[in-house]
Design a binder for this molecule. Structure first.
Ligand code: PRP
Ligand code: HPA
Length: 173
């Protein structure tokens, strides 16, 4: 089974002209979900990852499973106002306006080998903000991983300089 067939295309969502790539069928299919996590884990098993940092919300789903598979810890990069302890924050651009990502100041230690993960990269604005938060704590991500890469939107290019490697399991043009 080609894992791409487990991604549902939703035309004109959330607005006309956008084809939204819906990952929920892949997560709901036990074999597809397992193979996705195994695919990510095999790409990074030699990287000696200390911590997987997952971006809210769907990055938590894949990040937690991947951390377990790699024997690494998991740290959440959350939307504004959710983390209870001392945080650092970074704003980033969305299609309409801005949002803020936050990270606990003690989530990673300087020099730790961190893998940043999200379900999808489009423009890269979200992942860039998360990578900058990690860098601010002295833990520049050794790699950034995504289940889906939407090509042609500049996401991969936006991350260049913030990490050594950008990895995606599947690509849509
Ligand atoms: C989606 C996706 C990524 C981001 C990618 O999240 O899960 O985090 O958009 O877009 P970008 O590369 O252009 O920044 P969304 O903002 O919809 O939030 P959610 O996961 O909480 O639904
Ligand atoms: N699917 C899910 N999340 C997204 C998408 C998409 O096509 N584009 C930007 N964020």
């Amino acid at each position: 089974m080609d894992l791409k067939t487990a991604i549902r295309a939703i035309p004109d969502h959330p607005k006309p002209g956008i084809v939204y790539r819906d990952i929920t069928p892949l997560m709901a299919d036990g074999e597809a979900f397992r193979r996705t996590v195994e695919g990510l884990a095999s790409a990074f098993k030699a990287h000696r990852i200390d911590k997987v940092a997952g971006i809210e919300a769907r990055g938590f789903v894949f990040g937690a499973a991947l951390a377990t598979a790699l024997g690494a810890g998991f740290v959440p990069v959350r939307k504004r106002g959710k983390l209870p302890h001392d945080t650092i924050s970074r704003s980033y651009s969305l299609e309409y306006g801005e949002d803020v990502l936050e990270l606990h100041r003690d989530a990673v230690a300087p020099g730790e080998r961190v893998l940043l993960i999200d379900d999808l990269i489009a423009t890269g604005g979200t992942a860039v903000a998360a990578a900058e938060l990690l860098a601010e704590l002295g833990a520049r991500p050794v790699a950034c991983a995504f289940v889906i890469e939407l090509e042609g939107l500049g996401g991969r290019e936006a991350l260049a300089g913030l990490t050594d490697e950008v990895f995606s399991l599947m690509q849509f043009g």
